[in-house]
Design a protein. Sequence first.
Length: 202
Amino acid sequence: MSQDKVSIGRRLATTMLLLAISTSVFLSGCANKPQPQSGAQTQPQSGVQDNTPVPEADASATNGSNANNSAKQPNQQQNGTADVSETEALPSGVKVKRVIKDITLKNNYHKKIELLTDGGKRVKITDANGDIVVLKLEYDGRIVEVNGKKVTVQVDHGEQQTITIPDHITIEDDDNLGLNKGVEIEWEVDADGNIQSVELDD
């Protein structure tokens, strides 16, 4: 009986060992299968990662489009310039004397500053499409005569002008100079000829 028990024990141990081996082989086979699947998944992911440089692709596309924009931009800017006639926003009889500055800003915006025959400057900013974003006139000079808010100014590099500062405009006067003879004055005028800001300086 003891030998039978031993043989049964051996058979049982052998069966357990075989079961363990087959289970381990089965599990390792299962474990190996997901690896190709994960490898297969990795490839799509790597494909996604290849596409993830879509930012790079986008960046190159953007660069290409920027290159196209920069290539097209002069025409667009010329279109923007064409949209503004030589006399646009200028007082009667005033003309453009010369271009002071003509530069490209951030996001393909463009800024052009022109010196006018009356000593003022016309400032024009256009967007990447050549559409006008800002169109204004700027003047600098020294006060020659004051009558309330009616001020006569000798414009730098230009002639005398008499302006009336609207009541709703707050005069920037950090040094409390006031509207007095000899004080430097700067003002901006919009495309319709309305004064938008006034600043006094020492």
